[in-house]
Design a protein around this ligand. Sequence first.
Ligand code: SF4
Length: 270
Amino acid sequence: MSEGQSSSAARFHSVETAAPENTAVAEQPIAVFRGPQQPATNIAEKVKALESLLTQAAGEFDSIALASSLAAEDNVLFDVIARLKLNIRVFSLNTGRLHQQTLDVAPALQAKYGQTVQWFEPLHEAVETYVNTKGRDAFYESTALRKECCGIRKVEPLARALKGAKAWVTGQRQAQAATRATLPVREFDADRRIEKFNPLADWSEADVWTYIRQYDVPVNKLHFEGFPSIGCEPCTRAITIGEDIRAGRWWWEDPTSKECGLHNANLKSN
Ligand code: SF4
């Protein structure tokens, strides 16, 4: 168990952000966050299948990378890659708007596994132009402006991170969002013309946390403060009881269109 897990509070307060006026959900009272505290599930078969899939993928593609958001799911994948010493590069996108708690995960992983996370950052000029012409937090004003910001801070760096890769791996799960309900374990990423693996597609949130406890995987401390899904700080808030676990991402937008552009196929298949 990483530092902070055992002592973490199970209760949380909504996050204060410079959010738009549609913050009714964020203003609801304290709620119990159950993610990390969920009961254990029997994951033996799923772990076997996960190890087998990643081993097969690493053998099949000589250039394959895990796109890690440093969230719980991605750290499960990191653990398997490190334990089995698989030739899968791990990178993360530093959008410039991440929580410090998210940035702190990379050194924690390096300390445990001796394996680094490669960072990719947005192009400075593109960020500068957006900030100066639209406003630093213009993403609250419209979905178009939000997607433009995600395009600059996430999609373009992802394209550079995947340059030359023949396949990539993500920590997406079907249960995470309406846009991911039919997510396959393996698919062809038509946008990038490379293979894409979603090895945790059929894992539940409880499966993920069972794995994290069993294998003592370092995790983002925000998971213990009501954040099951973590993106950029101004676009992520803690969730409340009964909410979809992606409800804290771009909460002012229609849930059926909430993807940042990294996984557009999820929108096309809905
Ligand atoms: Fe910009 Fe928000 Fe997208 Fe991050 S999540 S890139 S801050 S719009």
